[in-house]
Design a protein around this ligand. Structure first.
Ligand code: SF4
Length: 298
């Protein structure tokens, strides 16, 4: 689908599964912007600011005159859910009015952004078309979450994910492999699995933490003691995660460009098969059909 040019403040990020969606920038940047592993919105032009409401509504109206057949819309940037329920409802209602064929509206979501929304407001957002939220849990381990300045805990993330479920909004949860380094690898894996078990998300994805602008900012959180995982350690961490996962029906993906071993399946059904793949990569990395280094990246 070709979309008419939009007035973006670059760079604009979206999940890989939103490649064919219309990306509507309802805010610029991320209101938190303190996670030490995240460099998405550190450029000066990405300072957080919601797009003025009248400008955004005008943009939606104008777009509807130039584009048709749009089925999916992703609300960018990093945490559109920071907007008040009132403002989000206004945006969703405009989407319903001008793009009646849209069947999925999604956004990234920080757990804390749900704190200021009641259960009834979440339900209203769902009824107005918000169907899927991508929640960067990153880890279920409180030590790791504190060291990387996520500003969330196991409990805060679990509560938010369960509230979304109650409202009927689908959850796509992301865990960052390697985030705790060698020191916290095992507890990061086990507690991340516990978080998934306690919330049973519809989708679970793992990415490998990657430092494109260097590790300095990240190392400060660890007082310079962060020891990144080698490839074999990453496989080990994945084995711990999968072993601990007890999911009923979750689509699992570890196929982001940052992963060298591509894993896909439905958990619990495919748990043993995925574990076999990881164990084969641990015992015989050469025979594991790893993604070559040059193909990795974002
Ligand atoms: S909340 Fe998300 S977008 Fe914001 S700094 Fe953290 S990881 Fe980046």
């Amino acid at each position: 689908m070709q979309y008419p040019p939009l007035n973006y403040i670059e760079p604009v990020y979206r999940p890989p599964s939103e490649a064919r969606s219309l990306i509507l920038q309802v805010t610029n940047g991320c209101s938190w912007n303190r996670c030490t592993f995240c460099e998405m919105y550190t450029d000066p032009q990405k300072k957080f600011r919601p797009k003025p409401e009248d400008e955004l509504l005008e943009e939606i109206k104008n777009l509807s005159e130039r584009a048709s057949g749009i089925k999916r819309i992703f609300l960018a940037d990093g945490d559109a859910m920071v907007l008040s329920a009132r403002r989000l409802l206004t945006i969703l209602q405009a989407i319903q009015q001008y793009f009646p064929e849209v069947s999925r509206v999604s956004a990234y979501c920080l757990p804390r952004n749900l704190n200021n929304k009641s259960d009834q407001e979440l339900l209203s957002l769902k009824q107005a078309g918000l169907t899927l939220l991508y929640v960067g849990a990153e880890s279920g381990d409180d030590n790791v979450l504190e060291l990387v300045s996520k500003g969330e805990t196991f409990d805060s993330t679990m509560t938010s994910l369960n509230r979304l479920k109650q409202a009927g909004i689908k959850r796509s949860v992301m865990i960052l492999n390697g985030l705790g380094g060698q020191q916290y690898s095992r507890q990061h894996a086990i507690n991340s699995a516990r978080l998934a078990n306690a919330t049973q998300p519809e989708y679970l994805a793992t990415l490998v933490v990657t430092f494109y602008k260097g590790q300095q900012r990240f190392q400060e959180g660890f007082a310079g003691e962060f020891k990144p995982l080698e490839q074999s350690d990453l496989f080990q961490e994945m084995e711990w995660l999968l072993e601990e996962l007890d999911l009923e029906k979750t689509i699992f993906r570890s196929d982001h460009a940052s992963n060298s071993l591509v894993l896909k399946g439905v958990l619990g059904r495919d748990k043993q098969q995925l574990l076999n793949q990881v164990r084969a990569a641990i015992t015989d990395p050469q025979g594991a059909h790893l993604r070559p280094e040059w193909q990795r990246g974002f």
